[in-house]
Design a protein around this ligand. Structure first.
Ligand code: APR
Length: 252
């Protein structure tokens, strides 16, 4: 195993012998697909005031929130493609090494890469929902030339089917994730700062439940010196490709 670090071998061994492995992902896993993270350098919230995604602001001024929602979460997010980290996780699920993905991301890239069991705590940018009659639409089925878009059934303004500031986590994803946490023996954290409540509590629950925590991040996070057992510093794509190769021999 020349060239493979001890820490990668330790992580691979934990996953190999784990009865139930779950991954928890944040925006960092999608950075190499071209999606900016939320915080710090190049973060979305350094460029835009997140107030346009406050639920009360949206209800009062949908016509002001919608142009930015369209630009960022429909036009831009609509073009991005999954990367090697997403594909590695999908391959791990197929080979029985990974049970499920819990994600804070709304970009749908885990599903596009082939992951089947994905819990989207913050919902998805690929759907719009009518808050009045609850009809759900794929974004691709809605004409966004005229904003804000409205429900063809009841005429109410449509909202992206992701969690705005001031809203609770999506159900049943939240309850299902907590069940996963109870079963997990190994919990992988990829590309999350752990700064946003309440989803940031999920890895802490996993640790309380005696999961081994393996963290992959380009920089230390809130978890690195608190709950993480094995910290692997590096880009999600490179680390995950290597981990997949050590575990399965698969080269993406
Ligand atoms: N590979 C691995 N990790 C990376 C990479 C990369 N290529 N690039 C960045 N990271 C790490 C950063 O070091 C940071 O720890 O990803 C993390 C991104 O952190 P945040 O921007 O805070 O994103 P996240 O943790 O997903 O935020 C949670 O905040 O605003 C909300 O709802 C939004 O879901 C989001 C939530």
């Amino acid at each position: 195993m020349n060239g493979i670090s001890d820490i990668m071998i330790q992580a691979a061994e934990l996953i190999k012998y784990s009865a139930h492995t779950v991954v928890f992902t944040g925006s960092g896993i999608s950075v190499e697909s071209g999606i900016p993270p939320f915080r710090r350098e190049n973060g979305l919230w350094t460029k835009y005031d997140p107030g346009f995604l406050d639920i009360n602001y949206f209800h009062k001024h949908p016509e002001k929130s919608w142009p930015l929602i369209k630009e960022i979460f429909c036009d831009y997010y609509g073009k991005v493609k999954p990367n090697a980290a997403h594909f590695s996780l999908a391959a791990m699920e197929k080979t029985g090494l990974l049970h499920s993905v819990i994600t804070q991301n709304i970009d749908n890239l885990h599903q596009e890469a082939g992951s089947r069991l994905v819990y989207e705590l913050h919902g998805s940018c690929r759907y719009l929902v009518c808050e009045k009659c609850l009809k759900k639409y794929p974004v691709s089925a809605i004409d966004l030339a005229k904003l804000p878009p409205v429900c063809s059934v009841c005429g109410a303004v449509l909202k992206p089917d992701f969690v705005f500031f001031g809203e609770p986590l999506q159900e049943p994803a939240n309850t299902d994730s907590l069940a996963e946490v109870r079963n997990a023996r190994v919990f992988l954290l990829i590309g999350t700062s752990g700064e946003v409540m309440p989803s940031s509590l999920i890895p802490i629950e996993a640790k309380k439940n005696k999961s081994q925590i393996i963290e992959i991040n380009t920089a230390p996070s809130n978890y690195s010196t608190t709950i993480t057992d094995i910290f692997i510093q590096g880009k999600a794509t490179e680390i995950m490709e290597e981990l997949l190769f050590i575990l399965t021999g698969i080269v993406l």
